[in-house]
Design a protein around this ligand. Structure first.
Ligand code: PGA
Length: 252
């Protein structure tokens, strides 16, 4: 049994209105309260505008709430952005940074992701740092190279297991219904832990949670979550329905 506590994280992306956030967060909170002691941590990451609704809905359930992104500066002239202090103030404990959709839609580089992660950590948030190869890169045999260089470039120096979570998300598996084989997932996760050790030391790397993300669902989550170096999931589509997300969590 791993000392790393499984983290089941939902990335709602740009989905749902306030009523949906209330129903989803509230439905999960009811399940958590009814379940009592569980063997996993649960995190939900709503759109920024619905964080307050979600925080109120999960109160007393133990479910954590996180942002989907944050700016690297504490405040100032950054129209449309959200600061780490705003996330904290709203009741967040975590922030996702470097999701492939942000790397693509907003041209975020490893350096930007690293600065965002450092800002989150400095504010006392857990940075959930996303990495992952494209299909083209996998086909070219560059999967390990790409993930290794993203770890080197996106993880702040001095990161710890307490303030950092890594999410390995093959870009081609996100929202497609396709996933790597279990052996391929384990191979990349073990490699990532090794690369992380070069950056933050063996001890912290051994304690850091590495999530798998990309089409994780009620059907495949049991096998994925059982892999030695998979310490949870970052779940998009299947996190938008109470029963699906709860089933994934039950498979932890
Ligand atoms: P998916 O998304 O579960 O819908 O594939 C995962 C993610 O992008 O975090």
């Amino acid at each position: 049994m791993s000392a790393r506590r499984t983290l089941i994280a939902g990335n709602w992306k740009m989905n749902g209105l306030a009523a949906d956030a209330l129903a989803l967060a509230g439905g999960l909170a009811e399940k958590m309260k009814a379940a009592g002691d569980v063997n996993f941590d649960m995190l939900i990451c709503p759109p920024a505008i619905q964080i307050s609704v979600a925080v109120a809905a999960v109160q007393g359930s133990g479910i954590q709430v996180g942002g989907q992104d944050n700016h690297w500066n504490a405040s100032g002239a950054h129209t449309g952005d959200t600061s780490v202090n705003m996330l904290k103030d709203a009741g967040c404990s975590c922030a996702i940074v470097g999701h492939s959709e942000r790397r693509t839609d907003h041209a975020e580089t490893d350096q930007i992701v690293k600065d965002k992660a450092a800002a989150a950590q400095a504010a006392g948030l857990i940075a959930v740092i996303c990495i992952g190869e494209t299909e083209e890169q996998r086909d070219a045999g560059k999967t390990l190279d790409v993930n290794g260089s993203q770890i080197a470039g996106s993880v702040p120096d001095g990161s710890t297991a307490a303030n950092t979570v890594i999410a390995y998300e093959p870009v081609w598996a996100i929202g497609t219904g396709r996933t790597p084989t279990n052996d391929e997932v384990q191979e990349v996760h073990a490699f990532i832990r090794g690369e992380l050790a070069k950056k933050i030391g063996d001890n912290e790397a051994a304690k850091t949670r590495i999530l798998y993300g990309g089409s994780m669902n009620p059907g495949n989550s049991k096998d994925l979550l059982a892999l030695a170096d998979v310490d949870g999931g970052l779940i998009g589509g299947a996190s938008l329905k109470v029963d699906d997300f709860w089933t994934v969590a039950q498979n932890a």
